[in-house]
Design a protein around this ligand. Structure first.
Ligand code: ATP
Length: 233
C-alpha cells in the first residue's frame, strides 16, 4: 500500500531524515519505534505532506504522491492523527468530527459519525461539549475519530499513547487493533514500544534519522537490542 524509498528531510540546513526506506502492506499494522528525536514525527509529516521531503519517493497505492499537497493525499486515502492530538479545543466534539469529514458532503457523513460514536461511546455523550474540556484520553479518541472521518485506507497515527494512564493506553491500542478489522491499514509511531509491538505485524526501529533495523513484531520483542534500548530490560 505504501512504499517509501530513500526519504530525506531537513529543517533549514539540518537534515534529520537521511534516506529512510520501508513499506507497509495493505491491512497491516506497522510500527515505527525509536528514541526521542529519531525522526519519527518528521517521517509521518513527510508522508502526510505537511513537511517537505528533500529527496526520495513516496508511493501510495501505486501513485507517487511525494509532490502532492497534504489535502490531496487525504483525498487519496492517507490521513494523519498528529502527535499531541491537535484537536480544535474551542469547537465541540461534533464540530471536530465534521471538520475531519470536510472532503465530503454526502449522506455517509452522518453514518460515519454514528460509527465514530459506536467506536468511542464517550464521544457520543459529549458530542455537544467543547473539545478542550475533554480528558487527555478522550481527546486522543477524538483525534483518532476525526482522522477516520476522512475515510482513510491508511492511517498515520503519531504517539497515541503519549501522556495517558496505562488503562487508557490499553483502550487506545485495542482501538488500533480494531481498525485492522475495518480494513484500515495503520502506520503507528510509538515511544511505548512494548505496547506497539503487542498489536503490530511488523516494526521498524529508527535511530538518528535512519532505519537501524526492522522485523516482524514477534521478533523485535525478543531482540536484545530492542529490549535494552526501548523496553528498558
Ligand atoms: P519525539 O518522539 O520526541 O517526537 P521523533 O522521533 O518524532 O521524536 P522528530 O520530532 O521527528 O523526532 O525530530 C527529529 C529531529 O528533528 C530532532 O533532532 C528534532 O530536534 C528536529 N526537529 C523536529 N522538528 C523541528 C522543527 N520544526 N525545526 C527544527 N528542528 C526540528
Amino acid at each position: 500500500m505504501l512504499t517509501v524509498e530513500s526519504l530525506r528531510s531537513r529543517y533549514g540546513r539540518i537534515e534529520v531524515l537521511h534516506g529512510v526506506s520501508f513499506e507497509v502492506g495493505s491491512g497491516e499494522i506497522v510500527c515505527i519505534l525509536g528514541a526521542n528525536g529519531a525522526g519519527k514525527t518528521t517521517l509521518l509529516k513527510c508522508l502526510s505532506g505537511v513537511q517537505p521531503a528533500s529527496d526520495g519517493t513516496i508511493t501510495f497505492r501505486g501513485e507517487n504522491i511525494g509532490k502532492l499537497p497534504a489535502h490531496r493525499r487525504v483525498q487519496r486515502g492517507l490521513a494523519q492523527s498528529p502527535e499531541g492530538r491537535q484537536i480544535f479545543t474551542n469547537l465541540t466534539v461534533e464540530e471536530n468530527l465534521r471538520l475531519g469529514a470536510y472532503l465530503f458532503s454526502d449522506n455517509r457523513v452522518a453514518k460515519d459519525m454514528e460509527d465514530a460514536f459506536t467506536m468511542f461511546p464517550v464521544l457520543r455523550q459529549k458530542r455537544n461539549l467543547i473539545a478542550g474540556g475533554l480528558s487527555g484520553g478522550q481527546q486522543q479518541m477524538l483525534a483518532i475519530a476525526r482522522s477516520l472521518m476522512a475515510r482513510p485506507s491508511c492511517l498515520l497515527l503519531d504517539e497515541p499513547s503519549m501522556g495517558l494512564a496505562p488503562i487508557l493506553v490499553d483502550q487506545i491500542l485495542e482501538v488500533v487493533r480494531h481498525l485492522k478489522s475495518l480494513d484500515v491499514t495503520v502506520l503507528l509511531v510509538e515511544q511505548n514500544a512494548f505496547g506497539a509491538l503487542s498489536i503490530a505485524d511488523r516494526g521498524y526501529v529508527m535511530e538518528t534519522g535512519r532505519v537501524a533495523f526492522s522485523g516482524p513484531a514477534g521478533e523485535l520483542v525478543e531482540n536484545p537490542r530492542v529490549r535494552e534500548a526501548y523496553l528498558g530490560h
